[in-house]
Design a protein around this ligand. Structure first.
Ligand code: ADP
Length: 277
C-alpha cells in the first residue's frame, strides 16, 4: 500500500544553529495511529510543522500520496494535513468560537451552507455548541484545546497532527480527548500525536516513533519500541507502567512467557481471569 504521506530525509535549522531536524524520514500509512515520542528539543514540533507545510525543510522533501510537494502544492498539503498546535493561543485568532471554527472552511472558499454544516459538525463533535458565541480567549485551557481541535475538524483533513494535546488538560479533559481520538481513528483518520505520556502511547498507538536530537532513533510497534531499554535510556523516556507490571508477572511465572504484553489494564485483567478458569 502506498504511504499517504512521506517525509524524506528532512533537514531543518532555525537561525540558532544546530539542526532541529537532521535527516528525518518517515512513511505514514492511512489509518495509522502514531505516537511521536522524545525529550523536549528532540525535533517533534519542527517535524510536525514541516509535515503540514508551515515550515519548509532546507533539504529533503514531503511527498503527499506519491506526489512530491512543491510550492504550488503547499496549500493542498496544509488542507490535507491539519495541525493542532501545542499552545492553543498560537492557533486561535477569531473573536467568537463559531467564527474561529469557520475560519478554515471559509478560507477554502466553500459555499456558505457547507461552511455552516462543517462548523456545526465540529462544534457538536467537540461538545462546544454552548460556547459558540463566546470569545475563545476567555475560555479555560481545556476548552481552548477543544476549540483548536474543532478548527482542524472543520477542515476535514485526512491526516491530523496533534502536538502534545493533553498538556493543559485535567483528567476529565484527557478522557474526553481520548474518546475523540478513538472516534477519529474509527472514522479512518490518520493520526500522529506527540506526547510524553508513555502509558497513553502504549495503549493508544499502533506505532511508536522516537525522536532524539533531530533524528529518528526508533520506529516500530509500541510493544517493541517501548520495551527497548537502550532506546528509552537514550531518549530519556520512562517505561510504560503496564510493561513494568507484565515483567513482574512474567518473572513470577504468573503469565505465559511468550505472550505479548496486553495494551490495557482491562486486557491484562481478562488474561489473568482466563488463566484462573
Ligand atoms: P520538541 O517538539 O521535540 O520539543 P522542537 O522541534 O520544538 O522540539 O525543537 C527542536 C530544536 O529546535 C530545539 O533545539 C529548539 O530549541 C529549536 N527551536 C524550536 N523552535 C525554535 C524557534 N522558533 N527558533 C529557534 N530555535 C527553535
Amino acid at each position: 500500500m502506498q504511504p499517504i504521506l512521506q517525509a524524506q530525509n528532512l533537514r531543518f535549522c532555525y537561525d540558532s544553529g544546530a539542526p532541529a531536524l537532521d535527516g528525518v524520514s518517515l512513511d505514514v500509512h492511512a489509518g495509522e495511529r502514531i505516537a511521536v515520542l522524545g525529550p523536549n528539543g528532540a525535533g517533534k514540533s519542527t517535524f510536525f510543522l514541516c509535515l503540514n507545510g508551515v515550515l519548509t525543510p532546507e533539504s529533503g522533501q514531503i511527498v503527499l500520496q506519491g506526489k512530491p510537494v512543491d510550492k504550488k502544492m503547499r496549500k493542498t498539503l496544509c488542507e490535507r494535513v491539519g495541525i493542532v498546535f501545542q499552545n492553543a493561543d498560537d492557533q486561535i485568532i477569531a473573536s467568537t468560537v463559531a467564527a474561529e471554527v469557520s475560519f478554515g472552511p471559509m478560507n477554502l472558499r466553500l459555499p456558505r451552507q457547507e461552511v455552516a454544516r462543517r462548523v456545526d459538525h465540529a462544534l457538536d463533535y467537540m461538545d462546544l455548541q454552548a460556547f459558540r458565541a463566546r470569545p475563545p480567549h476567555d475560555l479555560s485551557g481545556g476548552e481552548k484545546k477543544r476549540v483548536s481541535i474543532a478548527d482542524i475538524l472543520a477542515m476535514e483533513s485526512e491526516i491530523i497532527l496533534l502536538d502534545e494535546p493533553a498538556a493543559s488538560l485535567d483528567p476529565v479533559g484527557e478522557e474526553r480527548l481520548e474518546r475523540v481520538l478513538a472516534r477519529l481513528s474509527d472514522e479512518g483518520r490518520t493520526l500522529l500525536i506527540s506526547t510524553h505520556d508513555m502509558d497513553f502511547a502504549f495503549r493508544w498507538a499502533t506505532r511508536a516513533v522516537v525522536f532524539s536530537a533531530g533524528r529518528i532513533l526508533a520506529d516500530g510497534t509500541p510493544q517493541t519500541v517501548l520495551a527497548d531499554q537502550a532506546v528509552l535510556r537514550q531518549a530519556h523516556l520512562r517505561r510504560p507502567m503496564l510493561l513494568e507490571v507484565w515483567d513482574a508477572l512474567r518473572a513470577r511465572e504468573l503469565v505465559p512467557q511468550d505472550a505479548p504484553c496486553p495494551r490495557t489494564p482491562e486486557e491484562l485483567t481478562r488474561l489473568l481471569d482466563h488463566q484462573q478458569d
